[in-house]
Design a protein around this ligand. Structure first.
Ligand SMILES: [Mg+2]
Length: 189
């Protein structure tokens, strides 16, 4: 039996919670890069009350536990992994996150829940969190963030791809959480 659980980090939206809006990411990123000519990686931050309401509604859609959450629970219960939830969600979505986790009986599942309290750019925030926590693996669904994080730290970045990105070559790509969890380094001999 393994004595020490493998430490892993999980993104929330698109990894632990399935979000139908995530298919929008790829065309939007393409548009930004190739039509608008924006090369620098930046993410939208809602500036006023109206934008924040819209942003909340958009995130309400992240309401289904991803395929693999049951297996996640089992691996945590058997102490094979310890899991840090590392979400780039901005601070004003914090309550909604906890409500969602409570509703799905997941708020006590994680070793820690690390929230982007200072509203930093999500990729910068995640880089800092990963450097501090040092998980063996971090699972992320946003390709831009995957490419930003990959190679910056010793942490292996697993990518959950979506239908529009699926042909993009990447060594650790998975269609959903369950497949990513099954690919974790072997736990016991
Ligand atoms: Mg995500």
């Amino acid at each position: 039996m393994r004595t020490k659980p493998i430490r892993i980090g999980l993104d929330f939206d698109g990894v632990v919670a399935y979000n139908p809006f995530r298919v929008v990411r790829a065309p939007w990123a393409y548009f930004k890069r190739n039509i608008l000519g924006i090369k620098k990686l930046t993410f939208f931050y809602p500036q006023n009350a109206r934008q924040r309401i819209f942003w909340k509604i958009l995130h309400q859609s992240s309401m289904f536990p991803a395929n693999g959450v049951d297996h996640l629970r089992a691996l945590i219960t058997s102490k094979e992994i310890e899991v840090y939830l590392i979400t780039g969600r901005y601070g004003f979505l914090r309550d909604h996150l906890y409500q969602w986790l409570d509703r799905h009986e997941m708020s006590k599942l994680f070793h820690d829940i690390v929230i982007n309290k200072k509203d930093e750019q999500p990729h910068i925030f995640k880089e800092k969190a990963i450097k501090k926590i040092k998980p063996a693996v971090f699972v992320e669904d946003n390709l831009d963030i995957v490419e930003y994080l990959n190679g910056r730290t010793p942490t292996k970045i697993y990518w959950i791809y979506n239908i529009t990105d699926r042909f993009h070559p990447y060594p650790y790509k998975f269609p959903y959480l369950l497949k990513a969890l099954k690919a974790l380094p072997k736990l016991s001999p």
